[in-house]
Design a protein around this ligand. Structure first.
Ligand code: G3H
Ligand code: 13P
Ligand code: ZN
Length: 328
């Protein structure tokens, strides 16, 4: 059944686990997440970015997720809008039937300019007001995602900034987080601790100087009733990079957020862990391998099947690693 983010994350907090929030854009990704969750008894967060809504179309995204609710009525499921850039976009998602929205006010509506604290408070507070009126949950973001190695923001396709930033901008301040929560009354807060979106997060396996997991503890202490969210939390498994490169791809050396660091973060209070890139890597590797080994095949279902299987495997692994088994 469709539930709010608040309901799902309250349960995760009460029972000390974290929930991966998987980005979905198409049928096979939705099926992969649901099959994985069903096998381990995990609750589900399916999230759609602006890019996902543009790729699939709003009606398709909506009904793909509602199809998941229909096919798996026993699984509690949050339909979440990822990175909303304005109150108007969030209102649109609420009207579409999303049970949770993210108002990302860390950047202005152009998706590039670093927003002031007051701007962020204003737009987030506004979204909380309209969302809570109909039982929809709200995630906000304080601090800018970006690399503590290069001091640059992360530039996602279409959103993000590659501006050079300061330590203060790249790490969420616990006192400011407390003020932000008091003024906005939001349900979940995305924090900046050195992660960034995409495959190229770290040039080496991250250590405490470039991935500030300990900061989760300090933030959680100030705002224990606001669920903390980690964006840019793909682990970028080396074996998936190897498959891609073995079958004709060419990806550079790169490192993601190690699972054991995420597990630490969950102990410190993180409840929602955003994952998109790992699914992309899994599916791409599987398709490359299948087509390389079966150059005569041309039925799309034949190469989508291993892609879906690979996506399911990574989802299942994360559900187990984050403690979701049997929680649904
Ligand atoms: O927020 C970033 C997610 O990975 C979604 O990426 O905007 O390319 O759909 P996207
Ligand atoms: P990754 O790029 O690390 O998978 O992060 C996804 C994300 O944060 C979506 O909001
Ligand atoms: Zn994100």
């Amino acid at each position: 059944a469709l539930v709010s983010m608040r309901e799902l994350l309250d349960h995760a907090a009460a029972n000390g686990y974290g929930i991966p929030a998987f980005n979905v854009n198409n049928l096979e990704q939705v099926q992969a997440v649901m099959a994985a969750a069903d096998e381990v008894g995990a609750p589900v967060i399916l999230q759609a970015s602006a890019g996902a809504r543009k790729y699939a179309g709003e009606a398709f995204i909506k009904h793909l997720i509602l199809a998941a609710v229909e096919a798996y009525p026993h699984i509690p499921l949050v339909m979440h809008q990822d990175h909303g850039q304005s109150p108007a976009i969030c209102q649109g998602a609420i009207d579409l039937g999303f049970s949770s929205v993210m108002m990302d006010g860390s950047l202005e509506a152009d998706g590039k300019t670093i927003a002031s604290f007051d701007y962020n408070v204003e737009v987030t507070r506004k979204v909380v007001e309209m969302a809570h009126a109909t039982g929809v949950s709200v995630e906000g973001e304080l601090g800018c995602l970006g690399s503590l190695e290069t001091m640059q923001g992360d530039k996602e396709d279409g959103h993000g900034t590659d501006a050079v930033m300061t330590h203060d901008q790249l790490l969420t301040d616990p006192e400011q987080a407390a003020d932000f929560v008091k003024r906005t009354q939001l349900d979940a807060l995305a924090i900046a601790i050195g992660t960034s979106h995409g495959a190229y997060k770290f040039s080496r396996k991250p250590t405490g100087d470039i991935l500030a997991i300990e900061r989760v503890k300090e933030i959680h202490r100030r705002i224990p009733n606001t669920h903390l969210v980690m964006h840019g939390s793909s682990s970028v498994p080396q074996d998936l990079l190897a498959i891609i490169n073995q079958y004709g791809g060419s990806m550079k050396e790169t490192y993601g957020v190690p699972v054991e660091e995420i597990q630490k973060a969950i102990q410190f209070g993180v409840r929602k862990i955003n994952i998109d890139t790992d699914i992309r890597l899994a599916m791409t590797g599987a398709v490359r391998k299948f087509l390389a080994e079966n150059p005569d095949k041309f039925d799309a279902r034949e190469w989508l099947k291993p892609a879906r299987e690979a996506a399911k495997a990574i989802c299942k692994q994360r559900y187990i690693e984050f403690g979701c088994e049997g929680q649904a």
